[in-house]
Design a protein around this ligand. Structure first.
Ligand code: PEP
Length: 249
């Protein structure tokens, strides 16, 4: 049975009371799906609450972002060392919402990855093509160049600690999922590309799929050879849906 990683990206959602009930439900089933690591990425202000509620559960804590500098005059930012104090194991980097809405550059993404790895966190590098890029047959070029750009900036030794999340931008929050075949095709491409670059270092890299994953499509997606799990937005806010996704396969 292949190992599965399922990461909940709550985005800018939640409050003390709904976080409490959602986590109560997730904690109740979290030790049952076999070979599955579950992680939850709440908004920063709730890290402390979620950290307390996850104590002694097998669920990992993650952050939705991290600052690109170690410390200093960066108003509004949160550093990798601060996340380390909350035992954050995963950090999302380069999510398309951050690339688009907050103009996050490849340089910043690379710095974030380096800092996260230096502070014992697994960076989850989000990549994906727009609808226009897919329509003009540029998907493969876009995806591989997004990966190559980051490898060139952080180096292979750091990059080997990264988890990749393939998230077609047209599928995020739209209800329009990539078909299992479309997702598998890109995951296989990514895996083959990584192996061609560094056969030993990149052999076992985890590649997640994200983009409108829900309780109805998770089984078929996870059945694909090169899909190692999911990055889940909307459906991770509903305990029953998230549970089915965690049990997929
Ligand atoms: C995401 O934000 O990473 C995501 C995949 O969102 P959704 O599942 O809502 O499409």
């Amino acid at each position: 049975m292949k190992h599965k990683l399922v990461i909940a990206n709550w985005k800018m959602n939640g409050d003390f009371s709904s976080n409490f009930s959602l986590l109560k439900s997730i904690v109740a089933f979290a030790d049952k799906p076999q070979n599955t690591q579950i992680a939850v990425c709440p908004p920063f202000v709730y890290l402390s609450q979620v950290y307390d509620l996850l104590e002694s559960s097998p669920i990992a804590l993650g952050a939705q972002n991290v600052g690109f500098a170690e410390k200093g005059a960066y108003t509004g930012e949160t550093s990798a060392s601060m996340l380390q104090e909350f035992a954050c194991q995963y950090v999302l980097v380069g999510h398309s919402e951050r690339r688009t809405l907050f103009k996050e550059s490849d340089e910043h993404i690379a710095e974030k990855i380096k800092l996260a790895v230096a502070h014992n966190q697994t960076p989850v590098l989000c990549i994906g093509e727009t609808l226009e890029e897919r329509a003009s047959n540029e998907t493969q070029t876009v995806i591989l160049s997004q990966i190559k750009t980051i490898i060139d900036k952080v180096g292979s030794e750091v990059f080997k600690s990264v988890v990749i999340a393939y998230e077609p931008i047209w599928a995020i929050g739209t209800g329009q999922t990539a078909t299992a075949e479309q997702a598998q095709q890109i995951h296989a491409l990514i895996r083959a590309y990584l192996r061609s670059l560094e056969p030993i270092l990149f052999d076992e890299m985890t590649i997640l799929y994200g983009g409108s994953v829900n309780e109805n499509n998770a089984d078929e997606l996870f059945a694909q050879n090169d899909i190692d799990g999911f990055l889940v937005g909307g459906a991770s806010l509903k305990a029953a849906s998230f549970e089915k996704i965690c049990f997929a396969g």
